[in-house]
Design a protein around this ligand. Structure first.
Ligand code: SAH
Length: 235
């Protein structure tokens, strides 16, 4: 078996602090801003020359929180309700023979801050700290294929929940407005896709999602997701 060594070129700084609740594909929460920090010796401005002309980039990364000793040839994608299997290579599962992920994200800008070379991106599906292997421009002329077949994931998941904020959650979002202006929209975009595992359709338990520096508490009611409060995260 041939083996290869890859070098980490960067790291993702994301508002998603744990895997639970992260969108299952990029673009679902466009309001969520993130950064990709290039690490030495790859933090060279010349290496990004020309990239500013592209609106979107491909990021390849390591699913560093999904490493397992054994790989399985079949997985159960959440898209199929978590109870039907498909081949791992027919899926976007984080659990693969090589834990390499690929996300298409919007590029908002490139800049230097405190000596760090940063790509400002949005709409990611990645946990904070994700190691980056490569960046490539998205080429619409070659890669935007309108007549492509989408297998078992032909269209976007159709079920969109309405999201309601409790007066407390509403006030907490307003309090944080200076620090995180997009907070309310991020929460709304995140929860409207119902992050619960498919098999918990009818439960009424209170869920918590670690985003930014708090624990977002919410509960599902019929067709609606209710944001209860933003509690300080306990590590
Ligand atoms: N767009 C990528 C990722 C799809 S899977 C691809 O197709 O390859 C997306 C899920 O991976 C997220 O919902 C989150 O739960 C999980 N995830 C994100 N970052 C991860 C990481 N660094 N390690 C393990 N799992 C991660």
């Amino acid at each position: 078996m041939t083996q290869f060594t890859l070098n980490q070129i960067g790291i993702i700084h994301s508002c998603y602090k744990e895997k639970f609740g992260i969108p299952r594909q990029p673009g679902q929460v466009p309001a969520a801003k993130a950064t990709l920090e290039l690490l030495p010796p790859y933090d060279r401005e010349e290496a990004l020359e020309g990239l500013e002309g592209f609106s979107h980039i491909w990021i390849s990364f390591v699913f560093h929180q999904a490493q397992r000793e054994q790989w399985k040839p079949m997985v159960r994608p959440p898209r199929l309700g978590g109870n039907k299997r498909v081949g791992v290579f027919a899926s976007r599962s984080p659990f693969r023979p090589n834990p390499i992920g690929l996300s298409l994200v919007e590029l908002d800008g490139i800049g230097k801050e405190n000596g760090k070379l940063l790509l400002h991106i949005r709409g990611i599906d990645l946990v904070d700290g994700t190691p980056v292997l490569d960046i490539k421009p998205y080429l619409p002329y070659a890669e935007a294929l309108t007549d492509a077949r989408g297998g078992f994931a032909k269209v976007a998941p159709e079920k969109i929940f309405s999201v309601e904020f409790s007066p407390q959650a509403e006030a907490q979002c307003r309090e944080k407005e200076n620090e995180i202006p997009e907070l309310r929209t991020v929460i709304e975009q995140l929860l409207q896709h119902d992050p619960r595992p498919a098999y918990s359709e009818l439960d009424d338990r209170i869920y918590g999602i670690r985003i930014y520096d708090f624990d977002l508490k919410w509960q599902a009611e019929e067709g609606t997701i209710r944001v209860i409060a933003l509690e300080p995260a306990i590590n």
